[in-house]
Design a protein around this ligand. Sequence first.
Ligand SMILES: [Zn+2]
Length: 213
Amino acid sequence: MSISHLKEGFMKFHEGNFKEKSAKWEDLVENGQHPKIAVVACSDSRIDPAFMMNAEPGEIFVIRNVANLVPPYDDTAYGYHGTSAALEYAAQHLKVTDIIVLGHAYCGGIGSLFAPKEDKEVDYDFISPWMTIAEPAHRRVVATMPNATDSEQARACEKGGVMVSLENLMTFSCIREKVFNNELRLHGWMVDIRQGTLSCYNAETNQFEEIKK
Ligand SMILES: [Zn+2]
């Protein structure tokens, strides 16, 4: 993959989908986007929500960051709250009816929580403080699964990170109120690219349950 490959790829898109579906693209410009589903996904290049779930342009509002985390609501800290701004836009302007937190197995961000400090190749300025969002999940796994393998702990922590993000979504008043009014539903999903499976959190069983055909 190279930069020129991407430019060629765009030209193929221009000659193909863009021209073939010109009315649809025109409509998306004239009438704007109206996605009803927002997805919080990892920046990981292997996890592309639209590609994996067969969504067309204009259908899902995707927010990607390291480890698909939702930070807690925070209007006091200085900083540029990219994920919070996108969530606010999804809830308040787009009025999405569903928000999916899409976790994934083999997440490098979650894995970094298990790496000993001395093993870290670079002293990151932003990743470590960002990943503290998932610390409650990490602590829970270490405390409740002390005898599990590293891999088992990481898989559990990836799910735990999704749960923390779902909890943090409810700290945003614009989201909490819509959830209480049944205008918005929150979903926790996990994709496993080794197994090729998708599992959805079921609050009644407190489990991620694999969806079957
Ligand atoms: Zn990831």
